[in-house]
Write a protein that binds this ligand. Structure first.
Ligand SMILES: Cc1ncc(C[n+]2csc(CCOP(=O)(O)OP(=O)(O)O)c2C)c(N)n1
Length: 567
């Protein structure tokens, strides 16, 4: 049966398990959506901004492991994809972007909407090709898929409007796409050297990243053998249940006291599947063993003593029988004691009956955590809301938490919620957003209404770009409301106008009933939570430069709060 170029694209994508394409159509993409109209397996998800499409496609991959696909038409439509695609690249998601292009007859003439997309997308893509002839079909599509999955990374196929509807003659040459996966185990000598270093340590600590996904049991076995606390990066937060005694918290600026000290006080560090970027939070002068499947990550952030190329799970299985460490458990106990104190402090901050005239964002985050399903998916925006999520959402090991954790883009949480919910219509999806972040993607709340996806959006409404305000204050800039204050619409009314459920929360006692109503509702929902804008973020370690930036009164506030935590 003769197919056109777009039908051939769909045939290859179906073979890779793709079930939906997120995008905004127009011009060169019209033949593609026309082909999808008649396709029973692939669905077109019409969004209201192409950036949403790219964020959603990345989340779809992160949750399902299946290629995410997004589409934007000629020129501006394609350009709108870019930030979301960078997010995919930096979060390690396999995403294919299909973009339009002007017809060949106009190429190079500065035609209406013409943009040199090959050049624009060069940096973000691992594969970036245009379909110039039907003779390239379907091999070019197959390569775009194969390259995306192999990275994982971002690829782009450009579809000029004259080529898109043409009939393909050699479609029978189509071949499968393969999901390349093999478990890589470092060589025995490498493993033995790693064991030797770790066995010497009295106070070893493990730093775990998202590369530990699927290696929970092995991670625990090695932690137990070494008597080592496990600190995690934000991207690895959902690998293990929060209350596991070895799982002591996050390090970094938004980390915890126990997480910070576990790394700072150790005499050997075992880094597992993490590219945690903040060099100042790595220990100095102690041996570091690093395991990563990306060889380029070895030694990238810290002075690594021994780097092993491998997947975390089989590497730990091979390492375990060689471990007979010297640690007597005192380091682990000391960190566990710190963690207990920290958790108690956090519990107090997040208590729903906290005696505060303001609604505390911590209390909102903790209440969301308590109310969530065991297999809930949290999507997290960037800003102070990231901190509330990191510290007060106590993941159970069966839940997922995704966000723009490496790219750090505002506005990612709502689109990621759409991508996650579209992949799992029955799983509870909760987006935790700042009012600034939500404002950047709120036009696509109506997409959840349209497709009957019961996403739950919690807006931590503090009327300001809180994190930046804090950042400016911490670095000694004068407050400048013009830049950081926000004038917001009524988000709950906005939800209703879109056809969703909207609830406003101003008082602590309103939080639980609001969550009950939202999570039980089959409609997408926005909880507009008016939280205290003056809640203090407390880094576990306050660098002197930051401390000097604070006014004396702020410094006192922090000191009162952190007590013995200053270096
Ligand atoms: C697209 C984008 N623009 C700007 C920034 C810089 N930035 C980081 S956090 C932040 C403020 C976030 O404010 P809000 O969403 O209200 O959350 P809050 O910090 O108040 O919880 C900004 C502007 C960014 N990370 N991404």
């Amino acid at each position: 049966m003769a197919r056109n170029v777009c039908e051939e694209i769909l045939r290859v994508l179906e073979g890779a398990g793709v079930t939906q394409i997120y995008g905004v159509t127009g011009d060169a993409l019209n033949p593609l959506v026309d082909a999808i109209r008649d396709n029973p397996r692939v669905r077109w998800i019409g969004v209201r901004h192409e950036e949403t499409a790219a964020f959603a496609a990345a989340a779809y991959y992160q949750i399902t492991g299946t290629l995410g696909v997004c589409a934007g038409t000629v020129g501006p439509g394609a350009l709108h994809l870019l930030n979301g695609l960078y997010n995919a690249k930096k979060e390690g998601a396999a995403v294919l972007a299909i973009t339009g292009q002007v017809p060949h007859v106009e190429a190079g003439s500065d035609f209406f909407q013409e943009v040199n997309l090959a050049r624009v997308f060069e940096d973000v893509c691992v594969f970036n090709q245009a379909i110039h002839s039907t003779d390239q079909m379907p091999r070019l599509v197959q390569q775009a898929v194969q390259n995306a999955l192999s990275g994982p990374g971002v690829t782009r196929l450009e579809l000029p409007s004259d080529v898109a509807p043409e009939t393909v003659s050699n479609g029978e040459m189509a071949h499968e796409t393969f999901e390349p996966y093999s478990e890589v185990v470092p060589g025995t000598e490498d493993i033995a050297r790693a064991a030797e270093i770790l066995n010497e340590a009295h106070k070893p600590t493990i730093l775990a990243g998202s590369g530990c996904r699927g290696a929970r049991d092995e991670l625990l076995a090695v932690a137990a053998a070494l008597r080592a606390p496990i600190v995690h990066a934000l991207k690895g937060a959902d690998v293990m249940e929060f209350d596991n005694p070895y799982w002591v918290g996050l390090t970094g600026l938004i980390g915890t006291d126990a997480g910070y000290h576990a790394v700072e006080d150790c005499d050997a560090l075992l880094m597992l599947g993490t590219d945690f970027p903040y060099r100042v939070f790595y220990p100095k002068g102690v041996p570091i063993v690093q395991v990563d499947i990306r060889g380029a990550n070895l030694g990238k952030r810290a002075a690594v003593t021994h780097g092993l190329l491998g997947h975390v799970r089989p590497t730990l299985s091979a390492l375990l029988p060689l471990l007979d460490g010297r640690a007597d458990g005192k380091h682990l106990e000391a960190i566990q004691a710190r963690r207990k104190k920290w958790d108690a402090k956090m519990d107090k901050k997040a208590s729903l009956d906290a005696k505060s005239s303001h609604l505390r964002p911590q209390a909102v985050a903790a209440a969301v955590s308590d109310a969530a399903d065991d297999d809930a998916i949290f999507t997290v925006d960037v800003g102070e809301c990231t901190v509330w999520a990191a510290r007060h959402v106590r993941l159970r090991g069966t839940q997922r938490m995704i966000g723009s954790f490496n790219h750090g883009s505002l506005g990612a949480a709502l689109p990621a919620a759409l991508g996650a919910q579209s992949a799992n219509p029955k799983r509870q999806v909760i987006a935790l957003c700042g009012d600034g972040g939500f404002g950047m993607s709120m036009q696509d709340f109506v997409t959840a209404v349209r497709y009957d996806w019961p996403i739950n959006v919690i807006v931590f409404n503090n009327g300001t770009l809180g994190f930046v305000k804090m950042e400016m204050e911490a670095t000694g800039f004068a407050e400048y409301g013009e830049a950081t204050d926000l004038v917001n619409p009524d988000f709950a009314r906005y939800a209703e106008i879109c056809g969703g459920l909207g609830i406003t929360v101003r008082e602590t006692h309103e939080v639980e009933p609001a969550l009950r109503e939202a999570l039980a509702s089959p409609r997408p929902c926005i909880i507009d939570a008016f939280v205290n804008p003056n809640e203090l973020l407390m880094p576990p370690k306050i660098a002197p430069a930051q401390a000097w930036g604070f006014s004396v009164s702020k410094l006192k506030e922090i000191l009162a709060y952190t007590q013995d935590k200053l270096p």
